[in-house]
Write a protein that binds this ligand. Structure first.
Ligand SMILES: Nc1ncnc2c1ncn2[C@@H]1O[C@H](COP(=O)(O)OP(=O)(O)OP(=O)(O)O)[C@@H](O)[C@H]1O
Ligand SMILES: [Mg+2]
Length: 277
């Protein structure tokens, strides 16, 4: 029995910390923000959660993907309860926090288009490398100011590069609040699905909508079970997008029910570039 953390950073991880701060401990993951003489890093420790075994493998899976993408500063390995990774810390603020002052649940939201463009560019860059992210959500987009740049973090569920077999696991959907209808349907019917770029575009639409308005893309009760949430996504339509102008119309397009009807990330970037000009 592993317990529920938070877990201390194991001694054998090759990092000499000068100071450290616990970022979070939940759902099979302890994350530390660590200062070292070589710079600031994030250390992620995975362990089996109450409901899932795969969370123990997630840091190694992400570490392997980041290395495959060329991040030589990333290391990963195993510890007593699962796997770990060390990756560079990305300075900035996540999209949900960044748009707090713009958020309006009632009226017409009018968040900065340049932030949305930075997020779309980060996703387009990943898609251009042949990957689908599989877990796009506001907390996974870290924005840094002047010029606005976004980094898409948490690649643990991404698809498109080879992952060492011992650290691989099937995709069983993501945070349902950002899940596309076709992913929800597959997870309900088969228990697993395959992340796609089209589903990422949907998730980015749901992400921008959530950050701008505080609303989930589809309405369901707060206490609905995961299957109930997924059924609402499959059987329903998304909420009215109360976001201003071209950005609102674009989010509407990104949330199209059928994957083929959605714009690509490059089309999303182009529309946002025009709106930002
Ligand atoms: N490289 C990084 N740079 C900056 N912040 C990071 C980094 N990695 C993780 N974080 C912070 O830690 C949080 C959790 O990280 P991440 O989503 O990668 O872990 P997780 O185990 O998937 O957690 P969750 O269960 O919340 O999804 C992020 O939302 C972010 O605030
Ligand atoms: Mg995460």
């Amino acid at each position: 029995m592993t317990g529920s953390g938070p877990f201390e950073i194991p001694d054998h991880i090759p990092v000499t910390s000068t100071s450290q701060r616990l970022v979070l401990n939940r759902r099979g993951s302890t994350v530390w923000d660590v200062e070292t003489s070589a710079g600031r890093v994030a250390i992620k420790l995975g362990y089996p959660s109450q409901t899932h075994a795969w969370t123990a493998l997630a840091p190694a899976r992400e570490g392997a993907i980041l290395q495959e993408l060329g991040s030589s500063a990333v290391t990963y390995g195993e510890w007593d309860h699962g796997t770990w990774n060390v990756q560079p810390w990305h300075e900035g603020t996540d999209l949900q926090e960044l748009w707090t002052s713009h958020r309006t649940r009632g009226g017409l939201a009018d968040p900065p288009v340049r932030d949305a463009l930075a997020c779309a560019r980060a996703l387009a860059e990943l898609h251009d490398k042949g990957l689908a992210h599989g877990d796009v959500q506001p907390a996974h987009l870290i924005l840094d100011a002047e010029p606005t740049r976004a980094t898409l973090i948490d690649l643990a569920l991404a698809r498109g590069v080879q992952v060492p077999e011992p650290f691989d696991f099937p995709y069983r959907g993501c945070l349902v609040h950002y899940e596309s209808p076709e992913i929800s349907r597959r997870v309900l019917e088969d228990g697993e699905a395959v992340p796609t770029r089209e589903a990422d575009v949907y998730a980015l639409g749901a992400t921008l909508f959530m950050a701008a308005t505080g609303w989930r893309h589809v309405e369901y009760p707060d206490d609905a079970s995961r299957p109930e949430q997924r059924r609402a996504i499959v059987n329903g339509t998304h909420r009215l997008v109360n976001v201003t102008g071209m950005l609102g119309a674009l989010i509407n397009d990104m949330l199209r029910y059928h994957a083929d009807d959605r714009p690509t990330t490059h089309e999303v970037c182009k529309t946002l570039e025009q709106a930002a000009a």
